[in-house]
Design a protein around this ligand. Structure first.
Ligand SMILES: [Mn+2]
Length: 380
């Protein structure tokens, strides 16, 4: 059986007040194309379909459009679970009816965990989907679950309840944090202080484990226990990530061959460092000037409206850092003298930029007087 595993779509997410919907449509459309070209037999999505429990209408419309292309246009079954960003009840809406159309939306945990059966030429493959649930939700959903205190307890309990028939081939979908895995800045922690991690030992009865939650693609302890990673970069800490979907070929014995197919973003996320002058110059030649950028300006003097100047060549600068200024702005007593000079130099630069000429001698005296008065009143 050929499976396409993806997760962490986060449809409707904003990044530094910019909506990413167009970028998300671009990569989701690629996933539809990959599913078609690779002739996959099922698409599985391991949680965080939406970025928020109450997603904007435009996000709901985009998910609807993509799911329709899979299940209706291409006739590929889709199975998905909720993640910690999704609302279990909302994702579960009309799921019984949708299942009749091969769209399996497992939004909400129930006390009756039953696999979905899909068939290939070798027989049945059982797909177990565990919607995201914290320990309290597990205690509320089951009798006799009062001992479930941690996420690890919850996973052990849910797998026991699943009563997996190991004579069949089995696939698990889960949205969780497997111990020792590598996190990044765009994931919302499941709980504070490391109590959110689960052991990969719970997954021994499964031939493939499709994980969601962590946004960097990676596997844990064995190659078939893996995170597909998010569909695009959602923080600058993911700058070096390669985003992809995972294609899994499962043979008659349940052995898996794994391939990762890269996704190409509409706009990449990058960090640029240099002086304003250098960056403005290289921006003119930059074929990817539309990328989402974090810019670190190395200039040590004050600059008037640097963001506006940068956006003239790089329209999607989202964040600006001034390491050059920080280096100049130490606040120890020993550096007080230097700081006074720093303020003076900054004002000189500022005046020069606004008026296009330097301060006259008389103006210099006035500014120096003002600075002295300010510092004296601060000292007293
Ligand atoms: Mn996520």
């Amino acid at each position: 059986m050929r499976i396409l595993h993806t997760s962490d779509w986060h449809i409707g997410r904003q990044f530094h007040q910019v909506t990413l919907l167009e970028d998300q449509r671009h990569v989701l459309q690629q996933i539809v194309t990959i599913a078609k070209e690779q002739e996959v037999e099922v698409v599985i999505i391991a949680g965080d379909l939406y970025d928020r429990a109450v997603p904007p209408a435009s996000a709901v419309a985009l998910l609807d459009e993509i799911l329709r292309q899979f299940t209706h246009d291409l006739q590929i079954p889709v199975m998905l679970i909720s993640g910690n960003h999704d609302s279990p009840e909302r994702l579960n809406f009309a799921s019984t009816h949708l299942a009749e159309a091969d769209l399996y939306m497992l939004g909400k945990l129930t006390s009756n965990i039953k696999p979905i059966h899909l068939h290939d030429e070798h027989g049945v493959v059982q797909f177990y989907g565990l919607p995201y649930a914290d320990p309290m939700m597990v205690r509320d959903s089951f009798d006799h679950a009062e001992d479930v205190k941690t996420h690890d307890d919850a996973m052990r309990f849910l797998i026991e309840q699943s009563a997996v028939d190991t004579k069949q081939r089995n696939v698990l979908l889960s949205h969780c944090f497997v111990g020792g895995a590598e996190a990044c800045d765009s994931e919302r922690p499941l709980s504070i202080g490391g109590a959110d991690q689960v052991s990969s030992a719970h997954f021994k009865d499964f031939d493939y484990v499709a994980l969601g939650h962590l946004h960097g693609r990676q596997y844990r302890s064995e190659a078939h226990i893996r995170y597909s990673g998010s569909i695009m970069k959602y923080s600058f800490s993911e700058e070096k990530h390669i985003k992809s979907v995972t294609i899994v070929d499962m043979d008659a014995e349940g052995k898996c061959e794994i391939e990762q197919v890269e996704l190409k973003p509409l706009r990449n996320m990058r960090t640029l460092e240099g002086s304003l002058e250098e960056l403005l110059e290289q921006g003119k030649e930059d074929a990817h000037a539309e990328d989402y950028l974090l810019i670190r300006l190395t200039d040590t003097h004050a600059i008037l409206e640097p963001m506006q100047k940068l956006r003239a060549v790089y329209p999607n600068v989202l964040h600006l850092e001034r390491p050059g200024l920080l280096a100049n702005n130490g606040r120890t007593t020993a550096q007080r003298e230097k700081m006074l000079k720093g303020e003076w130099n900054m004002f000189e630069d500022f005046y020069q930029q606004v008026h296009g000429e330097a301060l006259s001698d008389a103006q210099q005296d006035v500014v120096k007087d003002i600075l002295k008065t300010l510092h004296n009143s601060e000292a007293s």
